[in-house]
Design a protein around this ligand. Structure first.
Ligand code: GDP
Ligand code: MG
Length: 387
């Protein structure tokens, strides 16, 4: 263990690593947590343990409510091209943002905690929709209740929308949001690197595949950290730039990186914070937006979100039709005409002969292309197939 632990605590840790059910794991972890020393040097570990305990509690809660036949009311089934979850403290203006982006009927109210259940709406833009979900409020320092629900929603989201109030130290709100999310393994922004730990009896030992760089240590340090947590057999994958802290965090579950937007509400009353936040986060956030929106260009925002997720819209056109479909097919960036054919129908893929593409990026349209042609956002595609 990286921090010197008393033998009773170490024994509990051993029991934890052997525990099978979430209930058993939680019990052992709680006992371990009670026994571990708490000081500056153990802060990180404390944080990991709390996160793991919260995850286990959530897992147990979910299983219980499933058994009772109760639909887990916390999750919102995904619809549209992507799901954007709005998180923030109470009264931050989440409902206001939701109602400006979508036509959802929402209750906007100065009463704190007016939104307990998640509320959803659809943001329409060219060819597709993005689902916008208002999470119930986060409570600073909170764990369960509405905070737990909001965290579960954030964890499942494709994109996070951080909603902060310009009148109430918005930068501190952002820092607190980042801290709370990170404790749950959710990091907003792009990762500099990845650590993946797959524990497996099939692994002969701790095998590290390093395709990146460990900034403050060596592969031996990685092995040492893992074995100090009782891990003997595992595949470890490192990509990009990582630290030993990332390795230690990965022992407690993979981190989830989410693209994010920032909504600074009450910018009509004070627009200084918006400028500050824009400058601080312009390379990290998908967008930083002042609320109320001066002029909201949903096509621009929708495209930015799709870009951040590596998604493109493709408009198909039937050979006999004059106009392409109004609804786009959503594909991962890098998809080819043949991939598109497969998404539409297996027979189109099997009988694929060629496709015609209309796009401003091409020297002329339509252009006749083969199966390996890489599509781009807003291409119009007509597929010609045999049979
Ligand atoms: N002037 C102004 N008031 C706002 C803004 N955003 C929210 N409010 C007000 O703040 C209160 C709480 O907003 P609401 O959207 O319900 O917050 P929620 O609890 O995060 O959903 C309401 O009275 C809103 O009218 C804004 O950008 N400007
Ligand atoms: Mg609300």
């Amino acid at each position: 263990m990286p921090t010197n632990l008393p033998p009773q605590a170490l024994a509990k840790w051993e029991e934890y690593t052997r525990a099978k059910t979430p209930e058993e794991k939680l019990k052992k972890l709680e006992e371990f947590y009670a026994l571990m020393p708490k000081h500056k040097g153990t802060e990180k570990m404390e944080k990991f343990i709390r996160r793991r305990m919260a995850e286990l509690r959530e897992q147990i809660e979910k299983r219980k409510s499933a058994k009772r036949g109760k639909r887990p009311s916390l999750m919102v089934e995904k619809r549209g091209a992507a799901q954007l979850v709005l998180v923030g403290f109470t009264n931050s203006g989440r409902s206001t943002v939701l109602s400006s982006l979508t036509n959802a009927r929402v209750e906007i109210s100065p009463n704190p905690f007016s939104t307990i259940r998640p509320v959803e709406g659809m943001m329409e833009f060219r060819g597709t929709q993005i689902q916008v979900v208002e999470a119930p409020p986060l409570v600073p320092g909170g764990v369960g209740g509405t905070t737990g629900i909001a965290m579960a929603l954030a964890s499942n989201a494709d994109v996070l929308g951080l909603v902060v109030n310009a009148l109430e130290r918005p930068i501190d709100q952002l820092k607190e949001l980042a801290k709370m999310l990170r404790e749950r393994g959710i990091v907003f922004g792009k990762p500099e690197g990845y650590v993946r730990i797959k524990r497996s009896k099939a692994a002969p030992a701790i095998i590290v595949t390093n395709k990146g760089r460990i900034l403050d240590g060596t592969e031996d340090d990685v092995k040492r950290i893992l074995s100090s947590y009782g891990i003997k057999r595992a595949w470890v994958e490192i990509e990009g730039r990582v630290t030993l802290e990332d390795v230690e965090e990965a022992v407690f579950g993979e981190k989830k990186y989410k693209p994010f937007l920032v909504f600074v509400t009450r910018s009509d009353l004070d627009d200084k914070p918006l400028g500050l936040i824009e400058r601080a986060l312009k390379d990290k956030a998908v967008a930083v937006l002042g609320v109320p929106f001066k002029k909201l260009d949903k096509d621009w925002l929708g495209k930015k979100i799709l870009d951040a997720l590596g998604l493109i819209r493709v408009f198909t056109k039937a050979v006999k039709e004059k106009e392409p479909a109004e609804r786009a097919v959503i594909l991962p960036r890098g998809s080819t005409t043949l991939d598109l054919a497969g998404v539409i129908h297996e027979s189109l893929k099997e009988g694929f002969r060629y496709a015609k593409i209309w796009s401003k990026r091409l020297p002329y349209s339509p252009m006749k292309v083969g199966p390996d042609f890489v599509l781009d956002d807003c291409d119009i595609v007509e597929i010609h197939a045999r049979g």
